[in-house]
Design a binder for this molecule. Structure first.
Ligand SMILES: NC(=O)c1ccc[n+]([C@@H]2O[C@H](COP(=O)([O-])OP(=O)(O)OC[C@H]3O[C@@H](n4cnc5c(N)ncnc54)[C@H](OP(=O)(O)O)[C@@H]3O)[C@@H](O)[C@H]2O)c1
Length: 236
């Protein structure tokens, strides 16, 4: 029952996570956002959002954040578009997810853990090599994260996305696939479309224990999410 479900958005202070919090509120969910700087986050978020102080690199701070949550949507990561050393990448993009998974398991999370990843984590490409050079080995750590999520015993959905653009949702068709797309500039998508993908996948039974990719396709959107997600197969 959506009205009773509280969703914790880790990464909800900016970017795609912020758009996800807005959509969740519109759909009637109760929303909690983890924030390193709660005052700054509260100034960006709707007053209905429960902002809770926390940092994914500090496991103790995650214990109160996960208490009483039904589902977790995880979009946090080292800031998009910036150069980062491997130490920061590892403690944020890898250990930060593991810390959250552990806290969720310890709290007995009954719902789903949804994780935002990038395309290209399993297929090499020039662009992936460049990204791994600039944001040291982020795709390597993010591939390990997927393995940890699948082995966690929690219900989960992993959504791998193409290059993110700040555009409105619904303007382009979205291709949902379960292959292993390489990271390449031609595979793009609006953050707002990705936000829809998460909010639609959250209650969708076919998205349970599934990994899929979302990128823009050609032309206008003509299929709704229930059709796109209805074709998903669970991970082997
Ligand atoms: N840019 C792309 O083309 C692309 C493509 C595929 C996947 N991705 C990944 O998709 C995700 C969302 O990207 P985005 O550009 O929409 O978001 P973003 O603007 O990079 O926001 C990242 C979020 O992570 C949070 N965060 C970072 N470190 C944290 C920590 N130690 N503890 C708690 N929260 C922390 C930030 O909180 P603060 O407000 O406190 O900084 C922020 O809310 C990221 O993981 C990104 O790496 C990006």
């Amino acid at each position: 029952m959506v009205m009773n479900d509280r969703v914790l958005v880790v990464g909800g202070t900016r970017g795609t996570g912020l758009l996800i919090t807005r959509l969740l509120l519109q759909r009637g969910y109760r929303v909690r956002v983890l924030a390193r700087d709660p005052a700054r986050a509260a100034s960006r978020l709707d007053s209905a959002v429960d902002v809770i102080a926390g940092d994914i690199t500090k496991p103790d701070t995650l214990v109160p954040a996960v208490q009483g949550t039904s589902h977790i949507i995880f979009t946090a990561g080292v800031h998009s578009g910036r150069i980062a050393r491997e130490r920061l990448v590892k403690i944020t993009d890898y250990q930060g997810v593991l810390n959250t998974l552990m806290a969720a398991r310890d709290a007995g999370l009954g719902g789903r853990f949804l994780y935002m990843n990038s395309i290209g984590v399993t297929t090499p490409s020039m662009t992936a090599r460049l990204l791994n050079f600039l944001k040291r080995n982020t795709l390597v750590w993010r591939r390990h994260v997927e393995d940890e999520i699948r082995a966690s015993g929690l219900d989960y959905t992993i959504i791998r996305v193409g290059f993110l653009l700040n555009r409105p949702s619904g303007q382009r068709t979205v291709d949902v696939s379960q292959g292993a797309l390489p990271l390449a500039p031609r595979y793009r998508i609006a953050r707002a479309d990705v936000a829809e993908a998460f909010v639609e996948a959250l209650p969708h039974p076919r998205a349970s224990r599934a990994t899929f990719e979302v990128i823009w396709g050609k032309g206008h959107r003509h299929q709704d999410w229930s059709v796109l997600l209805g074709r998903l197969k669970p991970d082997g």
